[in-house]
Design a protein around this ligand. Structure first.
Ligand SMILES: [Zn+2]
Length: 217
């Protein structure tokens, strides 16, 4: 199939999908036309194999989604921060989920001593996570095991980064939500693993340095 044919097929598939759903699943169109009230904000990797709605078994309107390379929440990434802000302040999501995945190319690239050009600053923020956990990671001799562990650690660290945001702290103290969770998706068997991010414990731990709920006089 040529590139043009692959491209054209998308519109053909879309047309068939509409026809099929009109018969099998007519309520889908009501869902799409309705206002969104998702309970979940999902922040995952851009990897084409990890599809949030399918993985979570959720319908359109049930999960607000942000994706980037290696599911990062960087403090100067206006895109990720805007999504979180909107999710917390306006959609009032109950959970913010960071979802990493084994076999993550971004994590793998960050573990290599190579010049990735424009990707370097992005990878640096992942390497910074490695540095924070260098001792534990270096102690794992098997490189595949170390890679898998780094995926988990990075996911956990991004959960911590979400907790550092004022709107998340303020909303949680006031409303009891959102809570933050960390998951890893295994692309080998399509299973989701809950890292059991210690939300309350981590929030208490980082409070001394990152509590920013006070008012500047
Ligand atoms: Zn990835």
């Amino acid at each position: 199939m040529s590139d043009q044919e692959k491209y054209d097929q998308i519109f053909e598939s879309n047309r068939k999908w509409i026809e099929k759903n009109k018969v099998d699943n007519p309520e889908l169109f009501e869902l799409l036309a309705a206002e969104q009230h998702p309970d979940f904000l999902y922040i995952g990797c851009s990897d084409s194999r990890v599809h949030p709605n399918q993985v979570m078994g959720l319908k359109p309107g049930e999960v607000f989604i942000h994706r980037n390379i290696a599911n990062m929440v960087n403090s100067i990434d206006l895109s990720a921060l805007s999504v979180i802000n909107y999710g917390v302040e306006y959609l009032k999501v109950r959970y913010i989920i960071i979802c990493g995945h084994y076999g993550c190319g971004g994590i793998q690239a960050a573990m290599q001593n190579l010049d990735y050009g424009i990707l370097n600053p992005w990878l640096r923020s992942i390497r910074d996570v490695y540095r924070l956990h260098q001792k534990e990671l270096n102690a794992i001799e098997d490189m595949e095991a170390r890679y898998r562990r780094f995926v988990e650690i990075n996911t956990y660290e991004q959960c911590r980064n979400v907790l550092k945001m004022a709107e998340v702290q303020k909303s949680y103290y006031k409303n009891g939500y959102p809570k933050v969770a960390g998951w890893v998706f295994d692309i080998e068997d399509a299973r989701l693993h809950d890292l059991h991010f210690d939300f309350e414990g981590e929030l208490a731990k980082i409070k001394e340095i990152y509590d920013i709920t006070g008012k500047v006089e």
